[in-house]
Design a protein around this ligand. Structure first.
Ligand SMILES: Nc1ncnc2c1ncn2[C@@H]1O[C@H](COP(=O)(O)OP(=O)(O)OP(=O)(O)O)[C@@H](O)[C@H]1O
Ligand SMILES: [Mg+2]
Length: 352
């Protein structure tokens, strides 16, 4: 059974123009961690704010645990929704200690219970020793954990987090992805995390919801989303890819493209004439006698791999995009050199 259910949520800030969120439907299971992923302005924060109750949908309804929290005729106020929210800038009160910040969300609780719960959640986020410090005396990652502790303190059914990792540097970001998911799992909280960073989304969530222009493009587990992106937008937004068009062979498995024949991981379920393929750069493996051959136009050293832009020999003059290929760093590749490669079918997908 779904724990959170969004049905056809639409938000239009003005009569004219496209809605910020357009007929969005989504079901989330209890304890599940979901990310909303998409480019700036695609409607992520607006969706989160409608769930939290800071914004009312123009139409559609939201249920949590079977109860309607907003529909065409009524909207439950934010404080009655059982939702904890972590804002992008953490929104901690600078003049209050960490303990007071956490207690703030418990104003209706008895003093004794407040103290016990505050200690409990500070332990959960690993900050019990910092209770008497002020927010400015903590690092970014510690402040973020305080914000999470404050959101979790009243035992909400749901935690919503808006860009929780965006203020953190790369190292801390990685650690916090791990810490935050651990904390949420231990508290068995259902969570929706908004991010525009694919790595954040993949690292923290059970399922990822990719949005563009207010519309859901795909909902899938991270691995499936990467391996089988539904359309060109998703393929390009989650990781780099090469998009090629071609015609399907009678065997339903091979696609004839301008770079040659490309093989799908399995037979297509339906016969199609024109097909668009997404080929991941790491699916292109340099090899002495590879089926495809071209000259290297660009080499970008990426640490774990090097990114090559390869102009294919049998490519028509006017074809714009070179193939992007990830090559092992230990391999010396010069600009202008000729390379040949094969394509792993497992990293080829048909997209809309
Ligand atoms: N209060 C508002 N009044 C009018 N338009 C708004 C309002 N809030 C958001 N919008 C518009 O709605 C669209 C979606 O905004 P939203 O903040 O949800 O995007 P986002 O996906 O969170 O983007 P970002 O990654 O930049 O935070 C944008 O075009 C934005 O300009
Ligand atoms: Mg936003």
């Amino acid at each position: 059974m779904s724990f959170i259910q969004l049905d056809n949520i639409t938000k239009a800030f003005s009569e004219q123009g496209k809605p910020a969120v357009d007929k969005l439907s989504l079901k989330i299971k209890e304890g599940e961690i979901i990310s909303l992923l998409g480019p700036s302005g695609c409607g992520k924060t607006t969706t989160l704010r409608m769930i939290a109750g800071f914004e009312n949908p123009s139409s559609g309804s939201i249920k949590i645990d079977g109860a309607s929290i907003v529909n065409e005729s009524r909207a439950l106020p934010p404080e009655k929704r059982g939702i904890g929210m972590v804002f992008q800038d953490y929104a901690l009160f600078p003049h209050m200690t960490i303990a007071k910040n956490v207690m703030f969300g418990l104003n209706k609780w008895k003093m004794r219970d407040k103290k016990v719960r505050t200690k409990e959640v500070l332990e959960l986020v690993g900050l019990e020793e910092y209770a008497d410090r002020y927010p400015t005396q903590l690092s970014g990652g510690q402040q973020q954990r305080v914000a999470l502790a404050r959101a979790l303190a009243p035992k909400p059914h749901v935690v919503l987090m808006d860009e929780p990792f965006s203020n953190l540097d790369a190292g801390l970001r990685e650690k916090m992805r791990f810490d935050v998911t651990n904390i949420l799992r231990r508290a068995n909280t259902t969570a929706i995390i908004v991010t525009h960073d694919q790595k954040d989304a993949f690292a923290v969530s059970d399922r990822v919801v990719v949005m563009n222009e207010g519309i859901i493009q795909q909902i899938a587990a991270p691995k499936e989303m990467y391996r089988c992106p539904k359309n060109c937008f998703v393929a390009q937004f989650v990781g780099k890819t090469n998009l090629l068009t071609g015609k399907m062979d009678n065997d339903l498995r091979n696609i004839h493209t301008h770079i040659g024949k490309v093989t799908l991981p399995e037979e297509s379920k339906e016969r199609m004439e024109n097909v668009t393929l997404s080929i991941r750069p790491e699916g292109c493996m340099l090899s002495e006698e590879g089926a495809y051959c071209g000259s290297v136009e660009r080499v970008t050293y990426g640490g774990e791999y090097q990114e090559l832009h390869v102009k294919l020999h049998n490519e028509p003059e006017l074809s714009k995009a070179p193939m992007i290929i990830y090559a092992p760093v230990e391999q010396d590749v010069e600009i202008g050199s000729i390379v040949s490669f094969d394509i792993k079918p497992e990293l080829v997908a048909m997209v809309e």
